[in-house]
Design a protein around this ligand. Sequence first.
Ligand SMILES: [Zn+2]
Ligand SMILES: [Zn+2]
Ligand SMILES: [Zn+2]
Length: 202
Amino acid sequence: MTVSLLPPLTYSLASIDGEPLTDGPRFIRTRGMTRWHRPRNGVRYANGRTIYGAWCGYGIGGSDRAGGFLSTDTIPSDEPVCATCDGRAVGAGQDNGPDGRQLLHTPRTLKPPKNCSGSRTALYAELAGGTVGRCLVCADAHPLRAMGGPYASRYAIVQHPPGFGLVMPCPFHAWRHPALKDGRLICTCGRPLDPTSGRPTS
Ligand SMILES: [Zn+2]
Ligand SMILES: [Zn+2]
Ligand SMILES: [Zn+2]
């Protein structure tokens, strides 16, 4: 049995040459580690390496072919399991908990932001009349205002909550860094932000 992984959200804007993994093994460790850890997220890089981010903060991985790390889906008996990892994984609902214990951990996930990241930006398409724009991030229409003061004046769409047409999030940066490139909405890391018909359910 594998477990579902969370998106590998990061605050770093360095471009990531890899794909996020949606599931992974229950337990992982390098050969030198004296305990097993549990993966919270994982990225398979273009160079053939897979790196899992453990719940406790360790990055564990290596080349798939060279067997750079160990993984198992059954409860290991050779080494103990990292309690920080196990508690967080169970508390976040990634796996079944130990009987009789109730754990809780609330990870940062792809929850839509309170304010749309198109707010107060030029990421809008002007609608007829020129006073209202359609937000390119969430598809809702809102008034346009001059912002930035008399010397650096620009037009921007007013602050607003995300509409139901909110684009699909970047798995690394969610909706935090939308930008326009060649007329297309992208994340600043270069990934396309594809339109969606509604909010993600997760
Ligand atoms: Zn751990
Ligand atoms: Zn918006
Ligand atoms: Zn991104």
